[in-house]
Design a protein around this ligand. Structure first.
Ligand code: AMP
Length: 397
Protein backbone atom coordinates (compact mmCIF):
# COMPACT_ATOMS: atom_id res chain seq x y z
CA UNK A 1 0.00 0.00 0.00
CA UNK A 2 1.61 3.24 -1.15
CA UNK A 3 1.21 6.12 1.25
CA UNK A 4 2.39 9.68 1.23
CA UNK A 5 5.38 8.55 3.31
CA UNK A 6 6.73 6.73 0.24
CA UNK A 7 7.12 9.99 -1.71
CA UNK A 8 9.35 13.03 -1.53
CA UNK A 9 7.46 16.06 -2.79
CA UNK A 10 10.43 18.36 -3.34
CA UNK A 11 9.70 20.50 -6.41
CA UNK A 12 6.52 18.49 -6.97
CA UNK A 13 2.93 19.63 -7.19
CA UNK A 14 0.67 17.32 -5.19
CA UNK A 15 -2.89 17.12 -6.45
CA UNK A 16 -4.72 16.22 -3.23
CA UNK A 17 -8.35 15.09 -3.06
CA UNK A 18 -9.49 16.25 0.36
CA UNK A 19 -12.91 16.10 1.96
CA UNK A 20 -13.70 19.73 2.79
CA UNK A 21 -17.43 19.11 2.67
CA UNK A 22 -17.84 21.01 5.94
CA UNK A 23 -21.06 22.31 7.49
CA UNK A 24 -21.63 26.08 6.97
CA UNK A 25 -24.06 28.36 8.81
CA UNK A 26 -26.18 31.08 7.17
CA UNK A 27 -23.23 33.49 7.19
CA UNK A 28 -21.11 30.87 5.42
CA UNK A 29 -19.01 30.26 8.51
CA UNK A 30 -17.77 26.75 9.19
CA UNK A 31 -19.50 25.22 12.20
CA UNK A 32 -17.23 22.15 12.41
CA UNK A 33 -13.66 22.25 11.06
CA UNK A 34 -12.83 18.60 11.86
CA UNK A 35 -12.45 17.59 8.22
CA UNK A 36 -10.02 20.40 7.42
CA UNK A 37 -7.94 19.64 10.49
CA UNK A 38 -7.96 15.95 9.52
CA UNK A 39 -6.34 16.76 6.14
CA UNK A 40 -3.70 19.06 7.62
CA UNK A 41 -0.91 16.48 8.24
CA UNK A 42 -0.96 15.42 4.58
CA UNK A 43 -0.78 19.00 3.33
CA UNK A 44 2.00 19.90 5.77
CA UNK A 45 4.07 16.87 4.73
CA UNK A 46 3.98 18.01 1.09
CA UNK A 47 4.97 21.56 2.02
CA UNK A 48 7.74 20.49 4.38
CA UNK A 49 9.22 18.24 1.70
CA UNK A 50 9.55 21.37 -0.44
CA UNK A 51 6.57 20.87 -2.73
CA UNK A 52 3.25 22.62 -3.32
CA UNK A 53 -0.32 21.45 -2.71
CA UNK A 54 -3.35 21.73 -4.98
CA UNK A 55 -6.47 20.94 -2.97
CA UNK A 56 -9.65 19.70 -4.61
CA UNK A 57 -12.94 18.95 -2.89
CA UNK A 58 -16.68 19.09 -3.21
CA UNK A 59 -19.01 21.06 -0.96
CA UNK A 60 -22.70 20.24 -0.74
CA UNK A 61 -24.69 18.96 -3.68
CA UNK A 62 -24.73 21.62 -6.41
CA UNK A 63 -25.66 18.93 -8.96
CA UNK A 64 -23.40 20.12 -11.75
CA UNK A 65 -24.47 23.77 -11.55
CA UNK A 66 -22.47 26.79 -10.44
CA UNK A 67 -23.99 27.70 -7.08
CA UNK A 68 -22.30 30.59 -5.22
CA UNK A 69 -23.67 29.43 -1.87
CA UNK A 70 -21.58 26.27 -2.23
CA UNK A 71 -18.36 27.96 -3.34
CA UNK A 72 -15.20 26.73 -1.65
CA UNK A 73 -14.14 30.37 -1.52
CA UNK A 74 -16.23 30.58 1.67
CA UNK A 75 -13.81 28.28 3.45
CA UNK A 76 -10.56 29.51 1.94
CA UNK A 77 -9.60 31.80 4.86
CA UNK A 78 -10.42 29.09 7.43
CA UNK A 79 -8.21 26.64 5.52
CA UNK A 80 -5.41 29.25 5.52
CA UNK A 81 -5.75 29.68 9.26
CA UNK A 82 -5.74 25.96 10.03
CA UNK A 83 -2.83 25.11 7.72
CA UNK A 84 -0.87 28.25 8.56
CA UNK A 85 -0.28 29.21 4.92
CA UNK A 86 -2.30 31.75 2.93
CA UNK A 87 -4.26 29.65 0.49
CA UNK A 88 -4.72 30.82 -3.10
CA UNK A 89 -8.10 30.23 -4.68
CA UNK A 90 -9.10 29.65 -8.29
CA UNK A 91 -12.71 30.01 -9.38
CA UNK A 92 -12.82 26.87 -11.53
CA UNK A 93 -11.27 23.46 -10.91
CA UNK A 94 -10.41 22.89 -14.59
CA UNK A 95 -9.73 25.08 -17.63
CA UNK A 96 -7.29 27.90 -18.36
CA UNK A 97 -7.58 29.67 -15.01
CA UNK A 98 -6.88 26.45 -13.10
CA UNK A 99 -3.92 25.54 -15.32
CA UNK A 100 -2.51 29.05 -14.97
CA UNK A 101 -2.87 29.01 -11.19
CA UNK A 102 -1.32 25.54 -10.89
CA UNK A 103 1.57 26.45 -13.19
CA UNK A 104 2.34 29.60 -11.19
CA UNK A 105 2.25 27.80 -7.87
CA UNK A 106 5.59 27.89 -6.07
CA UNK A 107 7.02 25.38 -3.63
CA UNK A 108 5.53 25.95 -0.17
CA UNK A 109 2.29 27.35 -1.61
CA UNK A 110 -1.25 25.98 -1.47
CA UNK A 111 -3.95 26.35 -4.10
CA UNK A 112 -7.61 25.59 -3.42
CA UNK A 113 -9.74 24.72 -6.46
CA UNK A 114 -13.41 25.68 -6.76
CA UNK A 115 -16.07 23.06 -5.96
CA UNK A 116 -15.57 19.98 -8.14
CA UNK A 117 -19.30 19.32 -8.27
CA UNK A 118 -19.99 22.54 -10.15
CA UNK A 119 -19.19 20.20 -13.06
CA UNK A 120 -21.59 17.32 -13.54
CA UNK A 121 -18.71 15.21 -14.84
CA UNK A 122 -17.33 14.97 -11.32
CA UNK A 123 -20.06 12.68 -9.99
CA UNK A 124 -20.49 11.02 -13.38
CA UNK A 125 -16.83 10.05 -13.29
CA UNK A 126 -16.12 11.76 -16.64
CA UNK A 127 -12.87 10.62 -18.22
CA UNK A 128 -12.04 13.88 -20.04
CA UNK A 129 -12.81 15.91 -16.92
CA UNK A 130 -10.60 13.62 -14.82
CA UNK A 131 -7.79 14.00 -17.34
CA UNK A 132 -8.04 17.79 -17.10
CA UNK A 133 -7.77 17.57 -13.33
CA UNK A 134 -4.76 15.28 -13.64
CA UNK A 135 -2.88 17.90 -15.67
CA UNK A 136 -2.70 20.16 -12.64
CA UNK A 137 -0.37 18.03 -10.51
CA UNK A 138 2.62 15.65 -10.61
CA UNK A 139 1.52 13.24 -7.87
CA UNK A 140 -2.06 12.33 -6.98
CA UNK A 141 -2.85 11.96 -3.29
CA UNK A 142 -6.24 10.74 -2.11
CA UNK A 143 -6.99 11.76 1.46
CA UNK A 144 -10.79 11.81 1.29
CA UNK A 145 -12.16 8.72 2.99
CA UNK A 146 -15.68 10.21 3.11
CA UNK A 147 -15.96 9.92 -0.69
CA UNK A 148 -13.79 6.83 -1.25
CA UNK A 149 -16.92 4.74 -1.90
CA UNK A 150 -17.79 6.87 -4.92
CA UNK A 151 -16.31 6.26 -8.37
CA UNK A 152 -16.16 9.98 -9.06
CA UNK A 153 -13.68 11.74 -11.35
CA UNK A 154 -11.55 13.21 -8.55
CA UNK A 155 -11.73 10.21 -6.21
CA UNK A 156 -11.18 7.34 -8.62
CA UNK A 157 -10.97 8.05 -12.36
CA UNK A 158 -8.20 10.64 -12.07
CA UNK A 159 -5.85 8.05 -10.53
CA UNK A 160 -5.38 6.25 -13.85
CA UNK A 161 -3.52 9.25 -15.28
CA UNK A 162 -0.74 9.03 -12.70
CA UNK A 163 0.75 5.55 -13.30
CA UNK A 164 2.70 4.86 -10.12
CA UNK A 165 2.71 8.51 -9.02
CA UNK A 166 -0.27 8.15 -6.68
CA UNK A 167 -0.77 7.34 -3.03
CA UNK A 168 -2.98 7.56 0.05
CA UNK A 169 -2.74 10.57 2.34
CA UNK A 170 -2.30 10.07 6.09
CA UNK A 171 -6.02 10.20 6.87
CA UNK A 172 -7.08 7.65 4.29
CA UNK A 173 -4.18 5.37 5.21
CA UNK A 174 -5.25 5.52 8.87
CA UNK A 175 -8.83 4.59 7.94
CA UNK A 176 -7.63 1.64 5.87
CA UNK A 177 -5.37 0.44 8.71
CA UNK A 178 -8.17 0.73 11.27
CA UNK A 179 -10.60 -1.28 9.15
CA UNK A 180 -7.92 -3.90 8.50
CA UNK A 181 -7.23 -4.22 12.20
CA UNK A 182 -10.85 -5.07 12.86
CA UNK A 183 -11.75 -7.07 9.76
CA UNK A 184 -8.54 -8.99 9.09
CA UNK A 185 -5.93 -8.92 11.79
CA UNK A 186 -7.83 -8.19 14.98
CA UNK A 187 -6.58 -9.80 18.18
CA UNK A 188 -9.22 -12.14 19.64
CA UNK A 189 -11.79 -12.01 21.06
CA UNK A 190 -13.25 -9.73 18.40
CA UNK A 191 -16.60 -8.12 19.23
CA UNK A 192 -18.95 -6.16 17.00
CA UNK A 193 -21.61 -4.01 18.62
CA UNK A 194 -24.34 -3.25 16.13
CA UNK A 195 -27.16 -0.93 17.06
CA UNK A 196 -29.25 1.67 15.32
CA UNK A 197 -32.78 1.63 14.10
CA UNK A 198 -33.25 -1.15 11.58
CA UNK A 199 -32.10 -4.64 10.71
CA UNK A 200 -32.60 -3.89 7.03
CA UNK A 201 -29.89 -1.21 6.94
CA UNK A 202 -27.35 -3.40 8.75
CA UNK A 203 -28.03 -6.77 7.21
CA UNK A 204 -25.09 -6.81 4.79
CA UNK A 205 -22.74 -5.77 7.57
CA UNK A 206 -23.99 -8.51 9.85
CA UNK A 207 -23.60 -11.14 7.15
CA UNK A 208 -20.08 -9.98 6.36
CA UNK A 209 -18.81 -9.76 9.92
CA UNK A 210 -20.11 -13.14 11.07
CA UNK A 211 -16.94 -14.61 9.57
CA UNK A 212 -14.73 -12.20 11.46
CA UNK A 213 -16.06 -11.86 15.00
CA UNK A 214 -16.32 -14.01 18.12
CA UNK A 215 -19.14 -11.97 19.66
CA UNK A 216 -21.97 -10.03 18.09
CA UNK A 217 -23.86 -7.63 20.32
CA UNK A 218 -27.21 -6.58 18.89
CA UNK A 219 -28.78 -3.44 20.35
CA UNK A 220 -31.09 -0.53 19.59
CA UNK A 221 -34.18 -0.78 17.44
CA UNK A 222 -32.88 -3.90 15.67
CA UNK A 223 -33.40 -5.87 18.85
CA UNK A 224 -37.17 -6.15 18.46
CA UNK A 225 -37.15 -7.83 15.07
CA UNK A 226 -34.97 -10.57 16.58
CA UNK A 227 -37.07 -10.85 19.73
CA UNK A 228 -40.40 -11.00 17.90
CA UNK A 229 -38.96 -13.56 15.47
CA UNK A 230 -38.14 -15.77 18.45
CA UNK A 231 -41.72 -15.49 19.66
CA UNK A 232 -41.41 -12.60 22.14
CA UNK A 233 -43.88 -9.77 22.74
CA UNK A 234 -42.42 -6.44 21.62
CA UNK A 235 -45.46 -4.16 22.10
CA UNK A 236 -45.18 -1.00 20.00
CA UNK A 237 -41.38 -1.22 19.64
CA UNK A 238 -39.88 -0.58 16.22
CA UNK A 239 -39.98 -3.90 14.37
CA UNK A 240 -39.59 -5.05 10.78
CA UNK A 241 -41.96 -7.98 10.43
CA UNK A 242 -40.72 -8.73 6.93
CA UNK A 243 -37.18 -9.19 8.27
CA UNK A 244 -38.05 -11.69 10.99
CA UNK A 245 -37.16 -14.71 8.90
CA UNK A 246 -33.85 -13.09 8.05
CA UNK A 247 -33.21 -12.48 11.74
CA UNK A 248 -33.69 -16.18 12.47
CA UNK A 249 -31.37 -17.07 9.60
CA UNK A 250 -28.71 -14.76 11.03
CA UNK A 251 -28.99 -16.44 14.42
CA UNK A 252 -28.68 -19.86 12.81
CA UNK A 253 -25.66 -18.84 10.74
CA UNK A 254 -24.03 -17.31 13.79
CA UNK A 255 -24.45 -20.55 15.69
CA UNK A 256 -22.96 -22.55 12.81
CA UNK A 257 -19.96 -20.25 12.73
CA UNK A 258 -19.49 -20.32 16.49
CA UNK A 259 -20.31 -16.62 16.94
CA UNK A 260 -21.92 -15.79 20.28
CA UNK A 261 -24.84 -13.41 19.78
CA UNK A 262 -25.86 -11.18 22.68
CA UNK A 263 -29.33 -9.70 22.47
CA UNK A 264 -30.80 -7.48 25.21
CA UNK A 265 -32.63 -9.38 27.95
CA UNK A 266 -34.34 -6.34 29.46
CA UNK A 267 -35.18 -2.87 28.18
CA UNK A 268 -36.33 0.56 29.23
CA UNK A 269 -39.85 0.60 27.80
CA UNK A 270 -41.61 3.93 27.28
CA UNK A 271 -45.29 4.81 27.01
CA UNK A 272 -44.54 7.07 24.06
CA UNK A 273 -41.66 7.99 21.69
CA UNK A 274 -40.84 11.02 23.80
CA UNK A 275 -38.26 12.02 26.38
CA UNK A 276 -41.00 12.73 28.93
CA UNK A 277 -42.78 9.42 28.49
CA UNK A 278 -43.49 7.16 31.46
CA UNK A 279 -40.94 4.34 31.65
CA UNK A 280 -40.56 0.88 33.11
CA UNK A 281 -37.88 -1.80 32.99
CA UNK A 282 -39.29 -4.99 31.48
CA UNK A 283 -38.06 -8.26 30.02
CA UNK A 284 -37.31 -7.74 26.36
CA UNK A 285 -39.89 -10.34 25.27
CA UNK A 286 -42.67 -9.14 27.60
CA UNK A 287 -43.39 -5.65 26.29
CA UNK A 288 -47.12 -4.91 26.42
CA UNK A 289 -49.06 -3.07 23.73
CA UNK A 290 -48.86 0.68 24.28
CA UNK A 291 -45.18 0.40 25.32
CA UNK A 292 -42.01 0.51 23.25
CA UNK A 293 -38.41 -0.37 24.06
CA UNK A 294 -36.19 2.69 23.71
CA UNK A 295 -33.02 1.76 25.62
CA UNK A 296 -31.08 -1.20 26.99
CA UNK A 297 -31.97 -2.29 30.53
CA UNK A 298 -29.61 -2.86 33.50
CA UNK A 299 -29.20 -6.64 33.18
CA UNK A 300 -28.52 -6.24 29.48
CA UNK A 301 -25.83 -3.66 30.18
CA UNK A 302 -24.22 -5.97 32.75
CA UNK A 303 -24.04 -8.68 30.05
CA UNK A 304 -22.66 -6.26 27.47
CA UNK A 305 -20.07 -5.07 29.99
CA UNK A 306 -18.71 -8.60 30.50
CA UNK A 307 -18.37 -9.20 26.78
CA UNK A 308 -16.95 -5.81 25.86
CA UNK A 309 -14.46 -5.53 28.68
CA UNK A 310 -13.06 -8.96 27.84
CA UNK A 311 -12.62 -8.14 24.15
CA UNK A 312 -9.34 -7.30 22.45
CA UNK A 313 -10.83 -5.87 19.24
CA UNK A 314 -14.08 -3.91 19.17
CA UNK A 315 -16.17 -2.47 16.39
CA UNK A 316 -19.04 -0.18 17.32
CA UNK A 317 -21.67 0.82 14.82
CA UNK A 318 -24.99 2.24 15.94
CA UNK A 319 -26.40 3.39 19.30
CA UNK A 320 -28.11 0.88 21.60
CA UNK A 321 -30.97 3.26 22.39
CA UNK A 322 -32.60 6.49 21.29
CA UNK A 323 -29.57 8.47 22.49
CA UNK A 324 -30.90 11.76 21.12
CA UNK A 325 -33.36 11.78 24.05
CA UNK A 326 -31.60 12.24 27.38
CA UNK A 327 -33.73 9.69 29.22
CA UNK A 328 -32.85 6.96 26.73
CA UNK A 329 -29.16 7.74 26.27
CA UNK A 330 -28.00 5.80 29.31
CA UNK A 331 -27.36 2.50 27.48
CA UNK A 332 -25.34 4.13 24.72
CA UNK A 333 -23.25 6.06 27.25
CA UNK A 334 -22.70 2.86 29.25
CA UNK A 335 -21.51 1.01 26.13
CA UNK A 336 -19.12 3.91 25.45
CA UNK A 337 -17.76 3.53 28.98
CA UNK A 338 -17.25 -0.23 28.59
CA UNK A 339 -15.35 0.38 25.35
CA UNK A 340 -13.30 3.06 27.10
CA UNK A 341 -12.39 0.54 29.82
CA UNK A 342 -11.50 -2.18 27.30
CA UNK A 343 -9.37 0.29 25.31
CA UNK A 344 -7.50 1.31 28.47
CA UNK A 345 -6.77 -2.40 28.95
CA UNK A 346 -5.19 -2.63 25.52
CA UNK A 347 -8.09 -3.39 23.17
CA UNK A 348 -8.30 -1.77 19.75
CA UNK A 349 -11.65 -0.02 19.33
CA UNK A 350 -13.08 1.39 16.13
CA UNK A 351 -16.24 3.47 15.98
CA UNK A 352 -17.69 4.14 12.59
CA UNK A 353 -20.64 4.62 10.33
CA UNK A 354 -23.56 7.01 10.68
CA UNK A 355 -24.98 7.86 14.06
CA UNK A 356 -22.47 6.10 16.27
CA UNK A 357 -19.96 8.82 15.44
CA UNK A 358 -22.49 11.50 16.43
CA UNK A 359 -23.13 9.67 19.71
CA UNK A 360 -19.43 9.28 20.43
CA UNK A 361 -18.84 12.98 19.84
CA UNK A 362 -21.89 14.05 21.83
CA UNK A 363 -20.80 12.10 24.89
CA UNK A 364 -17.09 12.92 24.65
CA UNK A 365 -15.76 9.42 23.86
CA UNK A 366 -13.75 10.59 20.86
CA UNK A 367 -10.41 10.49 22.66
CA UNK A 368 -11.22 7.35 24.59
CA UNK A 369 -11.65 4.95 21.69
CA UNK A 370 -8.73 3.96 19.45
CA UNK A 371 -10.19 5.34 16.24
CA UNK A 372 -13.28 7.21 15.09
CA UNK A 373 -13.88 6.91 11.37
CA UNK A 374 -14.46 10.09 9.38
CA UNK A 375 -16.57 8.46 6.67
CA UNK A 376 -20.18 7.42 7.24
CA UNK A 377 -21.14 5.71 3.98
CA UNK A 378 -17.57 4.72 3.13
CA UNK A 379 -17.19 3.05 6.51
CA UNK A 380 -20.48 1.19 6.16
CA UNK A 381 -19.49 -0.12 2.74
CA UNK A 382 -16.09 -1.23 4.08
CA UNK A 383 -17.81 -3.13 6.88
CA UNK A 384 -20.08 -4.71 4.29
CA UNK A 385 -16.92 -6.12 2.73
CA UNK A 386 -17.03 -4.00 -0.42
CA UNK A 387 -13.86 -2.77 -2.08
CA UNK A 388 -14.10 1.00 -2.25
CA UNK A 389 -13.37 2.35 -5.76
CA UNK A 390 -11.27 5.24 -4.42
CA UNK A 391 -9.03 2.78 -2.61
CA UNK A 392 -8.88 0.27 -5.46
CA UNK A 393 -7.81 3.07 -7.84
CA UNK A 394 -4.65 3.70 -5.81
CA UNK A 395 -3.90 0.04 -5.16
CA UNK A 396 -4.36 -0.68 -8.87
CA UNK A 397 -6.76 -3.55 -8.12
P1 AMP B 1 -28.65 3.98 12.44
O1 AMP B 1 -28.50 5.20 11.57
O2 AMP B 1 -29.23 2.81 11.76
O3 AMP B 1 -27.36 3.68 13.18
O4 AMP B 1 -29.76 4.34 13.52
C1 AMP B 1 -29.56 5.30 14.50
C2 AMP B 1 -30.87 5.66 15.10
O5 AMP B 1 -31.43 4.53 15.72
C3 AMP B 1 -30.74 6.72 16.16
O6 AMP B 1 -31.34 7.89 15.69
C4 AMP B 1 -31.50 6.14 17.34
O7 AMP B 1 -32.37 7.07 17.94
C5 AMP B 1 -32.29 5.01 16.72
N1 AMP B 1 -32.64 3.98 17.69
C6 AMP B 1 -31.84 3.34 18.54
N2 AMP B 1 -32.54 2.51 19.34
C7 AMP B 1 -33.84 2.64 19.01
C8 AMP B 1 -35.07 2.09 19.50
N3 AMP B 1 -35.05 1.20 20.48
N4 AMP B 1 -36.21 2.46 18.92
C9 AMP B 1 -36.20 3.36 17.92
N5 AMP B 1 -35.08 3.92 17.41
C10 AMP B 1 -33.91 3.58 17.95
Amino acid sequence: MKTIEDFNFEDKKALIRVDFNVPLNESFEITDTTRIEAAKPTIIKVLEDGGSAILMSHLGRPKGMHNPSMSLQHISSAVSEIIGVTVKFVEDCVGDAAIQAATNLQNGEVLLLENLRFHEDETKGGMAFAEKLSQLGDIYVNDAFGTAHRAHASTTIVAQFFNDQKCFGYLLAKEIEAIKKVMQSGEKPVTAILGGAKVSSKITIIENILDKVDHLIVGGGMTYTFVKAKGGKVGDSICEDDKMELALEILKKAEEKGVQVHIPVDVVAASDFSNDAATQIVAVDQIEAGWQGLDAGPRTLENFKQVIENSKTILWNGPVGVFEMENFAHGTIAVGNFIDEATKNGAFSLVGGGDSVAAVKQFGFEDKVSYVSTGGGAMLESLEGKTLPGIAAILGT
